[in-house]
Design a binder for this molecule. Structure first.
Ligand SMILES: [Zn+2]
Length: 399
């Protein structure tokens, strides 16, 4: 599949500036609510008049509500504002080779609805139909609470486009080589759509409402179809030139090691991923379908699963050391379609290299931690991406 530009930029310079300023004001309110106009102006560098205009606009759009008055020394108490959590919502959809997940999230990042649909095929037509069903289920009877649907964030496993590791075995979606997923989903869902890879979306979900709240630079290792890396640097997601940054699963950690579906030997994905655990268990005659199956085996202390954790820990530790030295993150988060207990055990089994820029005194966040958003993290992340970008030109273009 190809994503020419999932982040469209439209409009004149003046229009872009106006929308950017709206985003700045919303961001200030979101982080520091309740807050008054003068304080927003002071901290954003916008004039009080500009802030007043934007607030009037946001209030009439239903994004803000008044939150009483607060005394600020001399003069009249100052009118305060806060986000109107249910003034708008966004849809998040994650497409995996064998299932789709849907989530509806409000302006405050609270989850209003979630669903899981099994996929028997993952061609564009089937996926578009399932997406339409998820939209219908998510929005049924919710028009009152959520006045506005801002758009949808659709999350799919990379890589995007025909590259050296396209169609790498069971991690791939089939029949998407010639599709443009953005227009496919915009037609299916009848709303503005942003398409992102699963690891990046998961990272954004953790920043909006998980363990990365308040962090500006961090990495997220995502156990999805394969193994992905989401990187947030100074508040921005890192996409690469073609949307394929972070294919950590195909980084070689054992030269001459296990054969990977991409053709390399010794890829991280052949040791630490759902593919790896599935292969390990299949060799012992145990078939697994979902993360719930893995959870049951873990509770039963299955010897093959425990031995997989042991085998995965060293290559994963090596990769994390590499990630730390490359990106200098505040923390590395592990999450995705793997049970919490297994991730916790895996994290406890890591032997992180001492030769890393992250090995330093006075750390605030741990070097590695588990994400808080659970298995729906990427679907939530899709919605979070839209919430995050609420008033960017891309979303505004369709509303
Ligand atoms: Zn590979």
């Amino acid at each position: 599949m190809k994503i020419a530009s999932s982040r469209r930029i439209i409009g004149s310079n003046a229009e872009r500036t106006r929308l950017h300023n709206r985003q700045v004001v919303l961001g200030q309110i979101r982080e520091r609510q309740p807050i008054g106009r003068a304080e927003i102006a002071r901290s954003s560098g916008l004039s009080t008049q500009a802030v007043s205009n934007i607030i009037a606009e946001l209030e009439s759009d239903g994004f803000l509500i008044e939150a009483g008055r607060q005394s600020a020394g001399r003069g009249l108490p100052v009118l305060q504002y806060r986000l109107n959590a249910n003034g708008a919502a966004a849809l998040g959809i994650e497409v995996r080779p064998d299932a789709m997940f849907g989530a509806l999230v409000n302006l405050a990042g609270e989850t209003l609805f979630t669903t899981r649909e099994v996929l028997t095929a993952n061609d564009p037509v089937t996926v578009a139909t399932t997406a339409r069903n998820i939209r219908a289920a998510a929005l049924a009877g919710r028009c009152e609470g959520s006045r506005k649907i801002l758009g949808a964030g659709v999350v799919m496993p990379g890589p995007f486009g025909k590259v050296g590791i396209s169609g790498a075995g069971q991690t791939a979606l089939h029949g998407w080589e010639e599709s443009d997923p953005v227009s496919l989903f915009e037609n299916a869902l009848d709303m503005a759509v942003v398409v992102e890879n699963d690891a990046t979306a998961a990272a954004v979900a953790e920043r909006v409402r998980g363990v990365a709240m308040g962090l500006r630079t961090f990495c997220f290792i995502y156990f999805g179809a394969g193994l992905g890396l989401g990187v947030v640097a100074d508040g921005d997601t890192q996409r690469g030139a073609f949307g394929n940054a972070g294919e950590i699963g195909h980084v070689v950690v054992a030269p001459g090691g296990r054969l990977c579906a991409c053709g390399n030997r010794g890829c991280l994905e052949t040791y630490a991923s759902r593919i790896a655990v599935r292969a390990k268990l299949a060799a012992a005659g145990i078939e697994i379908g979902s993360a719930t199956d893995i959870e049951k085996l873990y509770r039963a202390k299955d010897a093959h699963l425990m031995s997989w954790i042991d085998e995965a820990a060293a290559p994963l530790s090596q990769a994390i050391g590499m990630i730390e030295n490359l990106f200098d993150p505040e923390t590395v988060i592990l999450g995705g379609a793997m049970p919490d207990a297994v991730l916790d055990h895996l994290i406890a089994s890591l032997d992180l290299p001492g030769g890393s820029v992250a090995a330093r005194a006075g750390r605030i966040s741990p070097r590695v931690q588990r994400g808080a958003c659970g298995r729906l993290t990427a679907a939530l992340g899709g919605a979070a991406l839209v919430i995050h970008d609420t008033v960017t030109p891309r979303i505004a273009a369709k509303t």
